[in-house]
Design a protein around this ligand. Structure first.
Ligand code: BGC
Length: 513
């Protein structure tokens, strides 16, 4: 085959291309979209456990928490209004992901990232200056719009820019930035909780403007992806970008395949209707189930409510934020494990190992809490048990951070063909945000009714999703993004849905064998 192109395990092509400074830099800037997502996840748990914040905006929750100091531990913070503050962002994000689908497809990935940064900037200003609950919630909605745009466009951008061999690694930059955002938020929570005058939460909420500025200015400086440029008719620009990001002039074969994919795609006028066709069933299933399962790992119970959870378990005010910092560090460092291994071990190995580790940890956490608080929810946790609990929570977070966390964004962004890629990614974002909203909204009352059984509930889901991966997810490491159909067509189950006969893969295969 011409031009140094080789055939990989999946029968697809591996085009020339390596990590260049340019692709590294563009992906680094785009990944900073993850910062705004992560910062949000981390900050709300902290401010909603600050007395001064609760007193000013949610006095009834504050009074309830004070009054129930010795009562049932599971039900202390149960307030719908408080959880609405946390989860309104996710409602806004899920609605926005559909608008973002069109902006990303019609105007390019870059402008979606820019819109995300700008609305996020406005949201952080409103939140930092909030004087009543309305301002708080409006600010959260603007932040949600920002997250909707960024999470729809950034993973796609990264997967399209990266050479196939290191696509996993570059895409996970997004998740790494997410974890850095969460950690930064945890540290800021920790530093601001004791500010005299009780306005520390304003700093926390207002500082969200910093990551917003990074992605807004960054998006302006970035080139769009070759796939998006071709699809919008800028063929020469696309070729120039491709040469720069691959670090070689030998890009003709990849470029021609992109043009062919774009021509196949341009015959599709209604991506939303087409995605429902039988031949896209495997991709659609992945776009729905991967983010669905990612949230049913229960990770956001830890991310949003770690400070509240640790308070519930009996840590003091500071210790609870400290524990959140510990989980934040584990989350960040364990993500690096997936960055270095995802393109070597593959997606499946990480999913299966991480899933098993999380399953075991959930069972241990549930059991420790059951032994201490039983069903009545009263009691104090001994220091040694509390330490053991923190250890297993960390093992659980680490398992997530090298499996479902990064792969929950990587896999949906890499499995679609161009014509439905933007629509498919919106579905993934929408499912993710819907479930994040539902879990955010119901965790405190679920803890109140299911008690320690909540952890067994999530463990049950861990089992189901690990079996799903074992049976239904084909390995996608190293396969060029325009060649994914080959992977589906060879899968024992999905092969029934995807046929490559009559497509460019089918004809190429018959001529190249
Ligand atoms: C998930 C978030 C989660 C975060 C934790 C992301 O991949 O989508 O819901 O809070 O990981 O690191």
């Amino acid at each position: 085959m011409a031009g140094g192109v080789v055939v990989n395990d999946a029968g697809g092509k591996t085009y020339p291309g390596h990590m260049t400074a340019f692709v590294f830099f563009t992906c680094l800037v785009a990944s900073s979209g993850g910062l705004i997502f992560g910062y949000d996840i981390g900050i709300s748990g902290g401010v909603t456990s600050m007395d001064s914040f609760l007193k000013q905006f949610f006095p009834s929750v504050y009074a309830q928490a004070e009054a129930s100091k010795d009562a049932n531990q599971y039900c202390k913070f149960n307030s719908q209004l408080l959880t609405l503050f946390t989860s309104s962002l996710y409602l806004a994000a899920l609605a926005t992901s559909f608008v973002a689908a069109s902006v990303t497809r019609v105007f390019g990935r870059k402008w979606s990232m820019f819109c995300g940064g700008l609305t996020f900037l406005a949201g952080s200003a409103l939140n930092g200056a909030a004087t009543d609950v309305l301002m708080l919630i409006l600010g959260r909605i603007l932040l949600g719009i920002g997250v909707g745009f960024a999470n729809q466009s950034v993973p796609l951008y990264l997967s399209e820019m990266a050479p196939a061999k290191i696509r996993g690694m570059l895409n996970i930059g997004f998740q790494l930035m997410t974890t850095i955002g969460i950690l930064a938020a945890n540290l800021i929570n920790y530093a601001t909780v004791s500010i005299e005058g009780g306005w520390g939460w304003r700093i926390g909420l207002g500082l969200a403007g910093v990551p917003a500025l990074v992605i807004t200015v960054g998006a302006l400086a970035l080139p769009d992806t070759p796939n998006s440029l071709i699809a919008r008719g800028y063929h020469e620009d696309a070729k120039a970008v491709l040469v720069r990001i691959r670090g070689t002039d030998d890009v003709h074969e990849e470029y021609d395949d992109m043009v062919a994919a774009s021509e196949e795609a341009s015959s599709i006028e209604h991506p939303w209707r087409n995605i429902l066709e039988r031949k896209y069933r495997p991709q659609l299933t992945v776009a729905v189930l991967i983010p669905f399962f990612q949230q049913l790992t229960g990770i956001n119970v830890i991310m949003f409510y770690a400070p509240v959870l640790f308070l519930t378990i009996g840590f003091g005010d500071d210790a609870s934020l400290m524990s959140a910092v510990i989980t934040g560090l584990v989350n960040m460092f364990a993500t690096v494990v997936s960055i270095v291994s995802v393109d070597r071990l593959g997606r499946r190995a990480l999913f299966l190992q991480g899933g098993t580790q999380m399953f075991i940890s959930q069972i241990v956490v549930g059991t420790l809490i059951a032994l201490q608080f039983g069903t009545a929810g009263v009691g104090e946790m001994s220091r040694s048990n509390a330490m053991l609990l923190v250890l297993f929570i960390c093992l659980y977070v680490a398992g997530f951070a090298w499996s479902w966390g990064p792969l929950g964004w990587l896999v949906p962004s890499e499995v679609f063909s161009l014509e439905i890629r933007s629509a498919g990614q919106s579905i993934a974002v929408c499912v993710n945000m819907t479930l994040t909203f539902i879990i955010g909204q119901s965790f405190l009352s679920m803890l109140c009714t299911l008690k320690f059984g909540l952890f067994y509930f999530f463990a049950g889901w861990m089992f189901v999703m690990t079996v799903f991966i074992a049976l239904f997810l084909p390995e996608t490491k190293g396969v060029a993004i325009e060649e994914m159909n080959l992977v589906w067509s060879r899968h024992w189950f999905w092969g029934k849905y995807v046929s490559i006969e009559g497509t460019r893969h089918g004809s190429r295969r018959s001529t190249s064998v």
